[in-house]
Design a protein around this ligand. Structure first.
Ligand SMILES: [Fe+2]
Ligand SMILES: [Fe+2]
Ligand SMILES: [Fe+2]
Length: 428
């Protein structure tokens, strides 16, 4: 099998997933995508040109991965320091830049908080700031000004005034003029606050449908892994470790190349639902209390629901989301048992535990390989054949896991020096 999946389904699923980080602000990314589209259209850009701006809108804050960062950008004027304002755009670019279809969107996102008056500043002289970054910036700030508890047309005057005050300083003047035209039409305000918003975005993107296969799916699963794992230094390389050990085990257990690749993608995305778990719980330096553990249990439920919104993902969704199910039926969130857990789900469960035990956690040190294997062998609710395969190939699989994690660790460490260099943080 090699399923073909429309990229837009994956992007919308990721867009909804990143809004889970702050439950108080839902649909921010979709609204910003739509507002950007309306402004760019009013400025005379073609549908074809605007497509990358819409993609950028849908994912623009994917680099603001923790709640503090995420909450601060929801103030109209934020980022007293240059670093605070621009670092999440830069991280967003880093997260997205390797997926071919998102390369232009990543460039737009990188500069989405550059003020219009800053473009002539020395810092940005060597940067090629896309014009769409300015439109995205404006759309983003328009959305920040919306009060979800007030009737939308009643807010039009205030929002337009605030935006006009920022013309030429924060915002590109032509984009502000276009916004004024769009803002005079009530449908625009109703669209951004109605439940038809997602349908509108799907309609806008329908002429640009691009499909991917299992090989390219890895690029998008990799984005999911970067978004999830960047939230905590303790898990920065967790998903890649799970992905590489699970796909190695899958190959050894007779999976085809295509299915092993799908297993790799499932490993990268298995903790997607952790976006709804606060960092205070993810990083708690002790064991979780009952309340925290109940919250934690929801992560595989959300992994399932997020991936279920991407038709055609099939077994990747199941392998990813069933990693806390147990053969005796006592796992979560579905309480599945050995009759319904296939080999792929069993492989992922073993790989998740294997990788987690070899990593540092806030409440314990990384376990030795010998102790890890001993502990896993003693867990009766994990599959016997998968455990046996891990035992037989432990050195090789551990090497694969460790090497993949080291590569990711190194590339994560490089982003901030690169950011300093690109924006001349030390030179000015
Ligand atoms: Fe932002
Ligand atoms: Fe935003
Ligand atoms: Fe995990």
């Amino acid at each position: 099998m090699d399923q073909y999946i429309p990229i837009i389904d994956i992007i919308i699923a990721l867009s909804s997933a990143i809004d889970l980080i702050n439950p108080n602000i839902s649909n921010h990314h979709k609204r910003v995508a739509y507002i950007s589209y309306c402004i760019a259209k009013e400025m005379g850009y073609s549908e074809d040109e605007i497509k990358d701006l819409v993609l950028a809108g849908l994912l623009h804050d994917c680099g603001a991965v923790n709640l503090i960062e995420r909450s601060s950008i929801f103030e109209f004027e934020f980022g007293n320091s240059f670093f605070n304002r621009h670092s999440h755009g830069y991280k967003g670019w880093f997260i997205l830049r390797d997926a071919e279809e998102l390369r232009s969107a990543a460039e737009i996102i990188k500069y989405h908080h550059v003020f219009w008056k800053e473009i002539s500043h020395k810092r940005f002289q060597s940067c090629k700031i896309p014009k769409f970054s300015h439109i995205l910036h404006l759309a983003d700030r328009i959305d920040i000004l919306i009060n979800p508890n007030q009737e939308i047309l009643q807010q039009k005057k205030y929002i337009s005034k605030m935006i006009r005050n920022g013309k030429d300083i924060m915002f590109m003047p032509m984009a502000v003029d276009a916004f004024e035209n769009v803002a005079s039409k009530p449908y625009f305000w109703f669209d951004i606050t109605s439940t038809y918003l997602e349908g509108q975005i799907r309609k806008i993107m329908s002429p640009h449908k691009v499909y991917i296969n299992s090989e390219l799916l890895i690029q998008y699963a990799d984005i999911a892994h970067r978004i999830i794992d960047f939230r905590s230094k303790f898990t920065a390389t967790h998903s890649i470790g799970v992905a590489t050990s699970a796909s190695a085990l899958a190959s050894k257990l007779g999976f085809s190349d295509c299915d092993s690749r799908l297993m790799h993608s499932a490993g990268l995305m298995h903790d997607l639902g952790k976006l709804c778990i606060p960092e205070s719980i993810l990083e708690k330096p002790g064991s979780l209390d009952n309340y925290e553990f109940s919250l934690m249990k929801s992560h595989t439920y959300y992994t399932y629901r997020i991936l279920d919104s991407i038709p055609g993902l099939g077994k990747v969704r199941d392998w990813a989301a069933f990693h806390h199910e147990k053969l005796d039926g006592t796992g979560y969130p579905f309480g599945l048992d050995s009759k319904s857990l296939d080999l792929g789900s069993r492989i992922l469960a073993v790989s998740d535990m294997f990788t987690a035990l070899t990593e540092e956690r806030p409440y314990r040190h990384a376990m030795s390989l010998k102790d890890t294997v001993k502990l896993i062998n003693g867990v009766s609710t994990l599959d016997y054949d998968v455990k046996h395969c891990l035992n037989q190939n432990i050195e090789e699989i551990n090497d694969i896991r460790r090497t993949s994690q080291e590569i990711v660790f190194q590339s994560c460490n490089e982003i901030f020096p690169e950011f300093d260099e690109e924006f001349n943080l030390h030179a000015l």
